[in-house]
Design a protein around this ligand. Structure first.
Ligand code: TGC
Ligand code: FAD
Length: 389
């Protein structure tokens, strides 16, 4: 018989424009040719060639692709989501590089920066010549960034920043860090060139997840910046949280890419693998797994596309992004683990992408707001009662 993929079964292509499909196919081809052959090695050795990759991704046009002007492509939100899905089908670490660059660092400057800051950084970040990172989380304040300790004080016309940021993607390879700090005037964002005296970054080693991604600790020890370094348009926690909305949106699609890659792998494995005299895919228990996974993938994609259409219509609310991030990452992780069982012992090796995706998705479940935090955002939307504290 003929085998269809989960997305084919749901006729997902019917919901995409010709341009959206073309962008998706271009990113998919890049992923298959330039990334997939090397990804397992980058993961195993924890050596992502991020600088070269950033330039290639810049050439591909995906860095800040959903932003307008300053060398950015200005695509719609759905296209950006599809690009995230294709990149994460290779590895969540690659999608992280693109998310942090485009949705966090570039978006912060694009949405809240001065004209000067935009001109200085955005065109070079769009080509991947300059790499950005986004420092919100601290060692003692992850889910609750309102408690941050990093402080920026005025000194004449200057700002002087002291503090530590933790778990910062691209931190030790970045040319520019967007650093969020408490001031006498509430939380503000700063554009910090990483060669500024007093700034240092240390790569975090021994990760068992997102190994094909650079994660770092940032130390700001008396970092002195001119008045022009502050992001003029961002005041209070809504500044960084608005950037998170962008990156979380990309993850709603991205996580499905990792799950899709697992399901494709497990399906073809089950058709080839013979157990007790016939293909594993011909057993009802296996088909039940495949059917339930295809359902979650298809439903997740319908949700992602619905949220994408709302976003393109400027009607997407943060709590709706939480619905998508919570559901799609949770289900993607479940799919990855279920696929792992289909591969048996082969499921635990890097010969197949499944355990790599499963391990990566543990980080995706935690970053950009943990599943518990998104549950509480949804709970607040349903009841009007905040249960965070
Ligand atoms: P709360 O008092 O509710 O709000 C404070 C201010 O923020 C506004 N706001 C938002 N604005 C825009 N978008 C949102 N999603 C917003 N949520 C809230 C709110 O209106 C208010 O504005 P104003 O003007 O009245 O001051 O805030 P809270 O302190 O109770 O916190 C709420 C909570 C827990 C949901 C929030 O703190 C949160 O989302 N925590 C999770 C932190 C998080 O996600 N960190 C991620 C760090 S970056 C990262 O992980 C990158 S990984 C990237 C990769 O590699 O892909
Ligand atoms: P905590 O906040 O200490 O949470 C621990 C546990 O407590 C979690 O299960 C959490 O859900 C739960 N919890 C917390 N509050 C509540 C509550 N009110 N009710 C019930 N349960 C609760 N951050 C950045 O700023 N920039 C980056 O680029 C970045 N990249 C990252 C890359 C990786 C690979 C990882 C793993 C993390 C990254 N982060 C980044 C940090 C990430 O955003 C935080 O890890 C995340 O927000 C959770 O914070 P935490 O680890 O301090 O956990």
């Amino acid at each position: 018989g003929k085998a269809a993929s989960a997305f084919e079964l749901f006729a997902i292509d019917k919901l995409l424009s010709e341009e959206e499909r073309a962008i998706r196919d271009t990113v998919r081809k890049f992923g298959e040719q330039a990334l997939r052959p090397q990804i397992a090695e980058w993961f195993e050795t924890a050596t992502l060639p991020a600088r070269e990759l950033a330039r290639e991704l810049g050439k591909l046009g995906v860095l800040g692709m959903h932003l307008e002007g300053y060398g950015c492509a200005g695509t719609n939100a759905v296209s950006y989501g599809l690009a995230c899905l294709e990149l994460e089908a290779v590895d969540s670490g690659i999608r992280s590089l693109v998310s942090v660059q485009g949705s966090l660092a570039m978006y912060a400057i694009w949405a809240f920066g001065s004209e000067e800051q935009k001109q200085e950084w955005l065109p070079r970040m769009a080509t991947g010549e300059a790499i950005g990172c986004f420092g919100l989380t601290e060692p003692d304040y992850g889910s609750n960034p309102a408690g941050m300790r990093t402080f920026a004080k005025r000194d004449g016309g200057d700002w002087v920043i002291n503090g530590t940021k933790m778990w910062i993607t691209n931190g030790s390879i970045a040319d520019v860090a967007i650093v969020w700090a408490r001031t006498d005037d509430g939380i503000r964002g700063f554009v910090v060139p990483t060669d500024t005296a007093g700034f240092s970054a240390r790569e975090i080693k021994h990760k068992m997840s997102l190994r094909a991604s650079v994660t770092s600790e940032l130390v700001l020890d008396g970092v002195r910046l001119p008045a022009s370094a502050v992001l003029p348009g961002a005041r209070g926690l809504s500044g960084p949280l608005s950037c998170l909305n962008e990156a979380r949106f990309g993850i709603v699609f991205g996580a499905l890419g990792a799950a899709y890659d697992c399901l494709q792998t497990a399906t073809s494995y089950a058709m080839d693998r013979e157990v007790f005299g016939k293909p594993l895919a011909a057993y009802q228990l296996t088909q039940e797994k495949l059917a339930n996974m295809a359902l979650e993938l298809g439903k997740g994609m319908l949700l992602a596309l619905h949220l994408g259409r709302l976003k393109d219509d400027h009607r997407l609310a943060p709590e709706q992004i939480s619905l998508g991030k919570l559901n799609n990452v949770r289900e993607a992780l479940w799919v990855a683990r279920e696929c792992r069982t289909i591969l048996g012992a082969n499921g635990i090796t890097l010969e197949y992408p499944v355990i790599r995706h499963a391990n990566n998705l543990e980080s995706v479940l935690t970053y950009e707001g943990t599943s518990e935090i998104h549950t509480l955002v949804v709970g607040k939307a349903l009841t009007g009662l905040a249960a965070f504290a």
